[in-house]
Design a protein around this ligand. Structure first.
Ligand code: GLA
Length: 381
């Protein structure tokens, strides 16, 4: 990101200088759709994110300019004039959520830009929320802890953007640490940093550049299925608070009470819990073959049971398999976006070239390629 350019634009817009904040997007090695089921996730922050220059303006109005949309917008922090466009709805949501928690904030001027691709499954929206939650906490000296900053971003998605997401993306964006993945237990919010430097391997994202229109309603529907399956299991096993607490035996006990669709969704979630644990154990032993195998297992589950893949993602997953890539799967919520691939260094060039060539032939456009660099979380620059 060209910070000097950001500063110049800020001065042009607001005749003043501000403070620069940034928060990253994320990858997730494994543990998908487990966060809102009280399971484990295994994300890391990346070297791509959202950047904002901010200056408090002493009013109750937020004035912004989004470089990526080339759009100016304003809203009042204490009125119900929720903006809908150009990312400002996320910033408004963060302001509202902070105030709902009893903290006092005021208006500010801001210029926003990002280099995390939108809609690619790398959590550009969480990066935006975390940037502002972190910045406002700092600028107004609110003393909000990092977990609550992540929850403010998540609540913004729920209450202002219509996505009933889990906590993974905002958590990763706030807590990210260079060179480390984080295994988070989403039921207890306990987490551990795992050094991640797979010697002899690279992690690469292949972005289908597909974004499905109804992704947020389909996402919310998956969540409802899980909650329904969990509620049925809990009537027989009151100790089950989240679907991730359940076993396949418990699920089978309620098989006749729930729809075939809800059963498949739950089957995926229960399987995914074990895959995350397997991957963490394998990583500690440097056993990348097992890591990769579980990644393919996740893809299969997300495609056939959870049904959040699409032709483009399945195609890239197959190409990876054919090229002998160690692990590959759809990453993030699904319905488009990227595959994440764990590939041996000596296979990398061949794989990327083949994937591009074959994808263009099949779908008429090139997938984008992103090498993953695991980086720090939300911060002031
Ligand atoms: C999206 C959501 C996350 C998580 C993933 C799937 O990124 O924001 O909370 O549920 O999908 O793992």
């Amino acid at each position: 990101m060209d910070i000097e350019n950001l500063k110049t634009i800020f001065t042009q817009c607001f005749k003043n200088e501000g403070v620069v904040y940034t928060s990253p997007g994320r990858i997730n090695l494994i543990g998908e759709h487990t966060d809102y089921n009280g399971g484990f996730v295994f994300p890391g922050a990346i070297d791509k994110g959202i950047y904002a220059i901010i200056r408090l303006n002493g009013t109750d109005t937020v004035n912004g300019y989004s470089i990526d949309y080339d759009a100016k917008w304003s809203f009042s922090i204490d009125e119900n004039d929720q903006p809908k466009k150009h990312g400002s709805q996320y910033i408004y949501g963060v302001c509202r959520e902070i105030q709902k928690r009893g903290y006092k904030i005021g208006g500010f001027d801001t210029v926003v830009a990002g280099d995390v691709p939108l809609g690619a499954g790398m959590s550009s929206s969480a990066a935006l929320e975390s940037t502002f939650a972190f910045a406002l906490n700092d600028l107004f000296n609110l003393g909000i802890d990092k977990f609550e900053l992540a929850r403010i971003g998540q609540a913004t998605e729920h209450n202002y953007c219509g996505v009933k997401c889990g906590i993974m993306d905002q958590f990763a964006s706030v807590f990210g640490k260079k060179g480390h993945l984080m295994r988070l237990n989403c039921a207890t919010m306990e987490f551990e940093y795992f050094p991640f430097n797979p010697k002899g391997y690279k992690v690469v994202l292949l972005d289908t550049r597909v974004k499905h229109e109804l992704a947020s309603s389909a996402y919310n529907k998956r969540r409802e299925s899980c909650e329904n399956a969990c509620a049925h299991i809990a009537t027989k096993h009151p100790e089950v608070k989240f679907l991730s607490d359940a076993t396949m035996d418990m699920l089978n006990e309620v098989k006749n009470e729930i729809s075939a669709e809800d059963y498949m969704r739950a089957e995926y979630v229960i399987g995914e819990k074990q895959r995350v644990l397997d991957v963490c154990e394998a990583l500690e032993k440097g056993d990348y073959e097992t890591v990769g195998e579980r990644m393919y297992g996740t893809h299969h589950g997300m495609s056939k049971l959870y049904e959040v893949s699409c032709d483009e993602l399945d195609f890239l997953n197959n190409v990876a398999k054919e090229c002998g890539v160690t692990g590959s799967r759809v990453m993030g919520g699904g319905f488009g976006g990227c595959t994440i691939n764990l590939v041996k260094e000596d296979l990398y060039d061949d794989f990327v070239a083949k994937a591009k060539y074959r994808f263009i032939k099949e779908f008429g456009h090139e997938p984008k390629v992103y090498d993953v660099v695991i980086s720090d979380g939300a911060r002031k620059l």
